[in-house]
Design a binder for this molecule. Structure first.
Ligand code: F6P
Length: 334
């Protein structure tokens, strides 16, 4: 029996823990199984780039950010049917009996497509998927994506650092956060770090009351801005500068972007433990011949949520905006 592991989309901490978990669970539960790493995400399947992995390859990697297998974005996969067919052909030619994927929405689409093509050709090999994305925007109703808590941890560190200088200079910092069109990363980073305000992607911001809030504060103000909010950090700065000028305010404004730093560094414990748990459960599911599925978990210990891949893609499986009661909690803690 031969299985492949693939990490796709934007890298994130937790991917390595997942690779380790699948590798070791498979080799311990089914001695003699062959475990192969697919290199550079879906491109590895397109270009037949794989290598065998053993337990030693995965030693000491659980908490390490990035992915030892590499990941490359392949946007053409969304539209290019020839590429999708090539992936199917290579997967079958290589003799894989199952594919374990962790990644974001693009990887979920690609997994679903490969699964459908395998079924159409009468192949039994399952595709088992779990979400790994700092954006936490993949079927998040059914589990938290690997990497999400690590990115909040990294954001918290950066928010603490910026507070030092903001407070020393009595400045306002407008701080960009990744997260695509999802509010999860910026909002949770704000809630964890006690940011004074978080601008969510679709929010109708009342800049006058934001300027009043800044003006009422003695020292620092940190405002996090979601990546998909339609104004740039500099545009927001110009609006607030103008509003503060009209108030004869002495507050100065600076901008900074947390950006790619949010994706790096050590994995959070919560991500490592969920990666361990999901990898182990997914291997057991494969050995029990339970077929293809999306797997989601909020924590270790409970049976993971298991959905057909196509259902995990349904918009109802994911919310991009923050539930109202969590927003209320953040407001109550200001
Ligand atoms: O999906 C993760 C993410 O980091 C997003 O938050 C961000 O919009 C995007 O990836 C950046 O992608 P890339 O690494 O391709 O520039």
């Amino acid at each position: 029996m031969k299985i492949g592991i693939l990490t796709g989309g934007g890298d994130c901490p937790g991917m390595n823990a997942f690779i380790r978990s699948v590798t070791r669970s498979a080799l311990n539960l089914r001695p003699g199984i062959e475990v192969w790493g697919i290199l550079d995400g879906w491109r590895g399947l397109m270009e037949q780039s794989y290598r065998p992995i053993n337990p030693v390859d995965t030693a000491g990697i659980s908490s390490v950010g990035g992915t030892i297998l590499g990941t490359v974005r392949v946007p053409e996969l969304r539209t290019d049917m020839n590429l999708r067919q090539q992936i199917l052909r290579n997967f079958i030619a290589e003799g894989f009996d199952a594919l374990f994927v962790c990644g974001g929405n693009g990887s979920l689409h690609a997994s679903c497509d490969l699964d459908q093509r395998l079924r159409a050709e009468g192949h039994a090999a399952p595709v088992l998927f779990t979400a790994a994305s700092i954006d936490n925007d993949v079927a998040n109703v059914y589990g938290t994506a690997l990497g999400f808590y690590s990115a909040i941890r990294r954001s918290l560190e950066m928010m603490d650092w910026i507070r030092d200088t903001a407070s020393a200079h009595r400045r306002v910092y407008i701080i960009g956060s990744m997260g695509r069109s999802s509010a999860y990363l910026p909002f949770y980073a704000g809630a964890a770090s006690g940011a004074e305000y978080v601008i969510r992607p679709n929010e109708k911001v009342n800049y006058e009351s934001l300027a009043d809030m800044i003006e009422a504060r003695e020292r620092d103000t940190r405002i996090i801005v979601s990546e998909a909010y339609p104004k740039s950090l500099e545009e927001i700065r110009a609006i607030l500068d103008h509003a503060l000028e009209r108030r004869n305010s002495r507050h100065e404004i600076r901008t900074v972007d947390m950006g790619y730093f949010q994706r790096g560094g050590q994995a959070a414990i919560n991500d490592i433990l969920r990666a361990n748990w999901l990898g182990f459960q997914m291997v057991k599911s494969m050995l029990n011949d339970e077929g293809s599925a999306f797997f989601g978990a909020f924590n270790i210990g409970n049976a993971p949520n298991r959905l057909p891949l196509a259902e995990a893609l349904d918009p109802s499986a994911n919310h991009d905006d923050i539930p109202r009661d969590i927003i209320e909690m953040a407001l109550a803690l200001r």
